[in-house]
Each structure stands twice: as C-alpha cells, then as structure tokens.
Design a protein around this ligand. Sequence first.
Ligand SMILES: C[S@@+](CC[C@H](N)C(=O)[O-])C[C@H]1O[C@@H](n2cnc3c(N)ncnc32)[C@H](O)[C@@H]1O
Length: 238
Amino acid sequence: MPPQWQEQQRYHAAMERRGIRSFVQRAGRITEGQRRALAELWPRYGIEAGEEPIDLETAFGRRAPVTLEIGFGDGESTVALAGQHPEGNLLGIEVHPPGVGHCLLLAERAALTNLRVISQDAIEVLARRLPDACLDEVLLYFPDPWPKKRHHKRRIVQPEFVALLARKLAPGGVFRLATDWAPYAEHMLEVMSASADFENLSPSGDWVERPSSRPITRFERRGGRLGHVVRDLAFRRR
Ligand SMILES: C[S@@+](CC[C@H](N)C(=O)[O-])C[C@H]1O[C@@H](n2cnc3c(N)ncnc32)[C@H](O)[C@@H]1O
C-alpha cells in the first residue's frame, strides 16, 4: 500500500474513532415529493453509499471532465451548473436526505443526464472510493462554518482534507470555495495558502471575484439578508 494511502487510512480511522465529522446527521422533514424522488429517481441518478471503488466512466456512461460538488444542500447550484455544462460530468455529494430528494426533483425537471449523486460523507468518498487525479474541478460552496471555537475541528477545510483533495484533483484542476462567514474565509485562506500543492488564482493573493457561473443558493441569500460579506476563493492544483 502506498505510504500516502496508509497515512490517509490512519487519519480516517482516527477521525472515525473520535467521531469528528463536518456534519451532524439531522432527521429533517421530508416532503412527499422528495420521498418519491428518493425512491423513483435514485436508480437514475444515485450511486450507492459504501466502500466500493467508483468507476466514473461507468457511472456516467461516458468519459468527460468531472466536477465534484461537496455538500450541495438542496442541489440548486448543482443542477444549474450541470445544465449550463452539458459537456461535463457533475458528481454531487450530500448527506442530508431531504436535500438529496430536492436535488433529484430538480434534476428530473431539467432532464439532466450528466449528474450523479452520492449520499455519504464526502471525506470517505474521496479517501476510499475515487481514484487519484480523477477530478477536474471541486466546488465547496457555503460549507458549515462551525462558528464556535470548540467546533472548529469539524470544519471540513483542514490541512488533511486539502492534502486529500490534492491527490484527487488532476494537475491543473481547480478547487473553488465560497463562504459568508468571515472567520471561516480567513481560515480557508490560511489552510489553502499553506499547501504547496495549490496555487492561489487570486491576483491579490487572497479572494477572487464571484464567478458569474456560481448560482446563488439559499445559504448565500440567507447570508446576504444577515449582512454577511461573501468571499470566493479559487486554487489551482500544481
Ligand atoms: C451550509 S450547507 C450549504 C449547502 C449548499 N452548498 C448551499 O450553498 O446552499 C452545507 C451542506 O454540506 C453538507 N455536508 C457537510 N459536511 C459534509 C460531508 N462531509 N459530506 C457530504 N456533505 C456534507 C451538509 O449536510 C449541508 O447540507
């Protein structure tokens, strides 16, 4: 087993023992439409949770550049992006079942064929199920900010996570982040800037302009109502 992989395995085993995850499994209310979508549309769009390696070409039925969106919420941006880029494959990961159901409903309405969805901890999917250098772009929009100091360890952006992404992104691939929580934006910048594997695409060495391609999501609107400033970051895999 390559040493890098052993290191990741140890890291994940330790994380699991300590029960540190970037999300809390919420029960959440699920609508009838979302329930139907999970039952009826899952076979079309879903990739089962588990340990099996994922062959992306088989999963999408074609070879095309792959964008991964981590924690897509209710899938608004995911579905919009997949619709805007029929030439690419979009892989979405989300653990909240009502959000997954909502995303599937939107995907059906848009008649998408280039979207696949996984409902499993993104860290597990990256560490154990996806081959190295298989991703062209990774999106992390409005991840849970975990504002309390004692919860900072739950933030998904950590040096180990960045090292894992560096392995899964193809050279030249881009990692895009956005947050409306200023201290998390600073944390993202610090962790990303410390990685020798990534180059900041910001001309000023910090934030980038809001990409016009990034659809506005519910979380972004909520942040706007609260008067939060949204920060976008973009880093290229060296
Ligand atoms: C604050 S919401 C933002 C949702 C969406 N990106 C948006 O902008 O509307 C963060 C989402 O990430 C999901 N999430 C957090 N950690 C995750 C993980 N490790 N794997 C998969 N999903 C995760 C949560 O369930 C939640 O829906």
